[in-house]
Design a protein around this ligand. Structure first.
Ligand SMILES: [Zn+2]
Length: 311
């Protein structure tokens, strides 16, 4: 394993702007942007959903090269890899075993095996892309915890957080998953209660694992308002000594993510705050109440003039 590989892990809840952050980072760094790596097996190699380059992942030359390298030396069946991933990433089991350090279980063995696959996959991505910086926007805390264990000292965790009211509103709005090119399939929607509870859970879990991976927090609202300053701060956190500057030659072969990765100019940054007009009344009050602790912690609600609270 090459020790000079750096992995930028974008963590957070869905509908929080991770695809935007990934695209902005590609403007600044010579990096391989792989999208939501945790879905590479099921959505990519098995289902053949579209890569950001417009080709199904299972016929994309880049991912074909990566898959060949992962398979070399071992008869790797990606269906079995997906089953292995599911066996270790299910949140409840993952954190119970992690916290209790239960030894000699099937889980422990599966976890070690999956971490080896993650190591081989990242090595293959670095070799196929020619990039030492890899951006993984999987967002999921269990995946990030595994990556932090697989690559000690080589990961940078970016905690991307968006106002819970904006997230809950967004989850009410169905979006077509354009990567599913053979039929119409929608991105998942969540009830207000589920969105609020999961927003708390995801953000709390990321803070719990930050001790292992380190953490740099960015609010979506700040990123969309002042992307230059947010990116400057982030790149300083990543490692100013070893950064590669974008040379325009690296294209994105990302797996899964927001539909914007297929169509929007990288530099078209617009703060989306439609929720402030359209998400009102009891629904907004419920989400506010359920997430108040972290809305205050992340300064989405303040008692001064700089609040992001709707006007
Ligand atoms: Zn591709």
């Amino acid at each position: 394993m090459s020790d000079n590989i750096q992995i930028i892990l974008i963590g957070g809840y869905g509908r929080s702007g991770s695809t935007l952050l990934e695209m902005l980072l590609l403007d600044r760094l010579k990096a391989a942007s792989v999208g939501e790596l945790k879905y590479l097996w099921q959505r990519g190699f098995i289902r053949g959903e579209l890569c950001a380059c417009g080709t199904p992942v299972n016929t994309c030359p880049f991912w074909g090269d990566v898959g060949g390298r992962v398979r070399s030396g071992a008869d790797t069946d990606f269906t079995e890899v997906e089953a292995l991933r599911l066996s270790v990433e299910r949140h409840r089991m993952h954190f119970i075993h992690r916290d209790l350090k239960i030894p000699s279980t099937t889980y422990t063995q599966n976890r070690a095996a999956y971490i080896e696959i993650l190591r081989g996959t990242i090595q293959a991505i670095a070799e196929s892309s020619g990039c030492n910086i890899i951006i993984d926007s999987s967002k999921d805390p269990a995946h990030i915890d595994l990556m932090a264990e697989a690559f000690p000292g080589q990961v940078r965790l970016v905690h991307l957080v968006r106002d819970s009211r904006a997230v809950a509103y967004s989850f009410q709005t169905p979006k077509v998953r354009r990567e599913v090119h053979w039929k119409t399939e929608m991105m998942g929607t969540n009830s207000l209660l589920r969105a609020a509870v999961t927003w708390n859970y995801i953000n709390g879990a990321l803070e719990r694992i930050a001790g292992k991976a380190g953490l740099h927090r960015i609010r979506y609202e700040d990123l969309a308002t002042d992307p230059t300053r947010m990116l400057d701060d982030l790149i300083t956190y990543i490692d100013p000594a070893t950064q590669d500057t974008a040379d325009g030659t690296v294209s994105s072969h990302s797996v899964s993510g927001n539909p914007m990765r297929f169509s929007v100019s990288k530099r078209e940054v617009r703060l989306d705050e439609r929720w402030k007009q359209k998400f009102a009344g009891w629904r907004r009050a419920v989400v506010t109440a359920l997430t108040l602790h972290r809305l205050l912690k992340y300064r989405f609600i303040t008692f001064g003039s700089s609040s992001h609270e709707g006007k």
